[in-house]
Design a protein around this ligand. Structure first.
Ligand code: ACO
Length: 337
């Protein structure tokens, strides 16, 4: 039997209309455009401001665009997996809500919770499911409403994050394209440096947790920065070396977008010019599980069949890793939905 490879056959994306720029942020906390641009590289981020809607709203919008662009019959979708850290509810899963809204009849749904590595871990999982031969079409979505866990009185974190979602369709092929290799590791020592203290089973919501602002993301930025640079650079170097990839045959590195200085350090380690690195941090900020698929969505028209890509991410946990991916279609021929 021929080997089945798992390949992305389409992308949809969604970002909210509201733009929160550095000028507006500097009226909310003691910060300024120059500090944010030089230390982080973010000019503006999108925020889902409407009350009563959450991550599933953006995930559904992205998936709807994906269905329209690919023309795939929704009844042939086997599974939908949402990578997120900002689920609509503790339960049910965000993926089950998206599935219901899309009216998928023959699919099952679950969430993957791996912070900023959510998309690359989920893509790898979906690829294994496809390669097993048991599933034919899986929708993978990276979606986060980071504004729901950001403290807009804390200048050290509120400039960093934004909201967004992007969805890809993963299918089987016997062509030599798709997900080729992954190197993933998690270092459980990351908990003290990046977490959200309350609302989980250790510290359920109470008047105390609300009064002490414990429902917001907490980060020791410098430590996280150091780990992120080392991990993403090493992971990319390893995946490049074991697959014979270098600056001459890598078309793009698609890194998680947490800080432009982290992205530049990864590019430097691979000796890649920044033209070969996808960057969307300036206008979207860190959308956690959505950064990598959003970058693919925005740059779809530049991608050609056979292009070698490296995806890499780092996030709370500490989770990290890199994947080698060979792009499967000419993006310039796709009609944008
Ligand atoms: N505006 C102005 N000054 C600020 C701001 C701001 N928005 N934020 C912090 N500062 C100040 C600090 O108070 C500090 O002042 P001090 O020296 O008087 O105490 C000074 O700037 C330096 O602060 P640092 O925290 O050392 O700044 P750093 O250069 O490390 O940048 C940042 C902070 C942007 C958070 C950086 O450390 C970073 O990007 N870390 C990694 C983020 C990341 O990768 N996260 C992982 C993914 S997220 C996830 O998984 C959900």
């Amino acid at each position: 039997m021929e080997k089945i490879n798992a390949v992305i056959t389409g992308i949809g994306g969604y970002v909210p209309d509201y733009v929160l720029n550095n000028q507006e942020l500097s009226r909310m906390v003691d910060t300024n455009d120059e500090w944010i641009m030089t230390r982080v590289g973010i000019k503006e981020r999108r925020i889902l401001t409407e009350e009563g809607i959450g991550t599933s709203y953006m995930a559904r919008k992205a998936a709807k665009q994906l269905l329209k662009k690919t023309g795939v019959d929704p009844d042939t979708i086997d599974a939908i997996i949402v990578a997120t850290s900002t689920a609509d509810y503790k339960f049910p899963s965000t993926a089950s809500i998206v599935l219901g809204k899309l009216g998928l009849k023959n699919a099952f749904a679950f969430d993957m919770w791996s912070a900023c590595c959510g998309f690359i871990y989920t893509l790898d999982t979906a690829a294994s499911m496809i390669q097993s031969g048991r599933y034919k079409k899986i929708i993978v979505i990276g979606a986060d409403k980071m504004s729901s866990v950001v403290d807009y009185t804390d200048r050290s974190t509120c400039a960093l994050f934004g909201d967004g979602a992007a969805a890809v369709l993963v299918e089987g092929t016997t062509e030599d394209v798709g997900l080729k290799d992954s190197y993933f590791r998690s270092d459980g020592h990351g908990l003290p440096f990046l977490h959200l203290k309350a609302g989980g089973s250790v510290c359920p919501a109470s008047h105390f947790t609300v009064d002490h602002r414990l429902h917001y993301l907490y980060q020791e930025g410098r430590t996280v920065f150091r780990y992120a640079v080392t991990s993403m650079s090493n992971d990319c170097a390893l995946i490049a070396e074991r697959n014979g990839l270098n600056k001459d045959n890598i078309r793009f590195v698609v890194p998680h977008q947490a800080n432009i200085r982290i992205i530049e350090a990864v590019a430097k380690r691979l000796e890649l010019p920044m033209e070969q690195v996808m960057v969307n941090i300036e206008h979207f900020g860190n959308t956690s599980a959505a950064t990598i698929p959003l970058a693919l969505w925005e740059n779809e028209s530049k991608l050609k069949k056979g292009d070698n890509l490296i995806f890499t991410a780092f996030g709370a946990g500490f989770v990290h890793g890199a994947s080698y991916y060979k792009w499967g279609y000419d993006g310039s021929t796709v009609e944008q939905g």
